[in-house]
Design a binder for this molecule. Structure first.
Ligand code: AQP
Length: 334
């Protein structure tokens, strides 16, 4: 059976980009013939400073978001990365397989470290190596992510290939990225050239999964657009990043293709389309946010789900790490 792994950082508010690019697709892949493993990646989150109380809160809130969006702890393994030590242990091995030059080429590293690389954490630099460990400690075959993670997944393949080659084994699978759907890259509502992100200082740039209906409607109403009507064909979205973004969001929320959406809304002005989008967004997101809020009142339940999930995850990860140690020549634990 295909084994699906992915994760989201508990580093702040879950937003529409995380939902459409990742979480909604995690739910789509939760099928009887798939093994699905989804993680709150707190070790990744601390590669930049996190206030401890907020980290704990965000981790539980993210878990609530997973469940509210439709992940079922009886069908998927849901857990917090730090509670399965095999991730960090395998990451160390991969730190010794990966090359400095590979990491230096990562655009996320360059973007997040900015000009002052000397002052960035060593963890931020090694981030993709830990991500490779997350995936490969389960021998995962499929990894659903947003478009921004494509480069890290290629690096995961490079690490698996080099490990297999260096040790003369066929041990780690070459993982397939699953970057699909109409919204693999949701853009800022204020600037169609920037991705929607948690760290954008403007809250108007993103729709948070915890936003209420009025806030969602206001953010969509104020979203940047151009003055033209919507086209009827996809070609007509070229060089219109803001228009394309809103159409992509509509399509993804409504499980349609961009072509289908344009067939319906082509010719409409934004004054007409934006309220349609707002209504759809509220209809799809409000039930998730109210269920998240309810679950946040049941902290003991969330903690128990995470504890059980970690146990199930370890049962898969531990033997794979043990085999890795044997391949590398590490003795003493058997
Ligand atoms: N804008 C987006 N469109 C589509 N997918 C997105 N993802 C993130 N932003 C978008 C996908 O969400 C998953 C979790 O990503 P993460 O936990 O690494 O979050 P992030 O990329 O750190 O989120 P932000 O908001 O972009 O944070 P900052 O502002 O810190 O950079 C991944 O699958 C990702 O592709």
């Amino acid at each position: 059976t295909p084994r699906v792994f992915s994760g989201i950082q508990p580093s702040g508010n879950l937003h529409l980009g995380n939902y459409l690019g990742a979480l909604k697709r995690f739910v789509d892949m939760q099928q009887p013939d798939m093994e699905t493993i989804y993680c709150m990646v707190d070790l990744h989150a601390i590669t930049v400073w996190q206030d401890p109380k907020e980290l704990a809160h965000s981790t539980r809130e993210l878990c609530a978001g997973f469940i509210a969006a439709g992940l079922d702890p009886d069908k998927s393994i849901l857990f917090n990365q730090s509670q399965v030590p095999e991730h960090a242990q395998l990451a160390w091995i991969f730190n010794c397989v990966a090359r400095m030059g590979w990491m230096q080429r990562m655009t996320q590293w360059k973007d997040k470290a900015g000009k002052n690389q000397q002052n960035a954490s060593l963890g931020l630099f090694a981030y993709p190596s830990l991500m490779a460990a997350d995936i490969l400690t389960y021998h995962a075959t499929h990894v659903p992510v947003g478009d921004d993670q494509k480069q890290h997944l290629e690096l995961t393949r490079d690490i698996a290939t080099k490990f297999n080659h260096d040790y003369g084994v066929d041990f780690f699978p070459i993982t397939e990225p699953v970057i699909e759907g109409a919204a693999t890259r949701v853009m800022s509502l204020r600037d169609g050239s920037k991705k929607m992100s948690k760290s954008d200082p403007s809250d108007m740039s993103r729709i948070n999964m915890t936003d209420d209906a009025d806030t969602i409607a206001k953010k969509i109403r104020k979203a940047k657009t151009d003055p033209d009507a919507l086209p009827s064909e996809v070609d007509g979205l070229e060089d219109r990043p803001e228009a394309r973004n809103l159409v992509n969001i509509y399509a993804a929320l409504n499980d349609q293709t961009v072509e289908q959406v344009l067939a319906e809304v082509g010719g409409k002005q934004f004054g007409e389309f934006k309220p349609m989008l707002a209504e759809l967004a509220v209809a799809k997101l409000a039930p998730i946010s109210s269920e998240m809020a309810r679950l946040m009142g049941e902290q003991a339940e969330i903690d128990q789900i995470l504890a059980k999930g970690a146990e199930k995850a370890r049962a898969i990860a531990a033997p794979i790490l043990q085999q890795t140690y044997e391949i590398v020549g590490m003795v003493g634990s058997k």
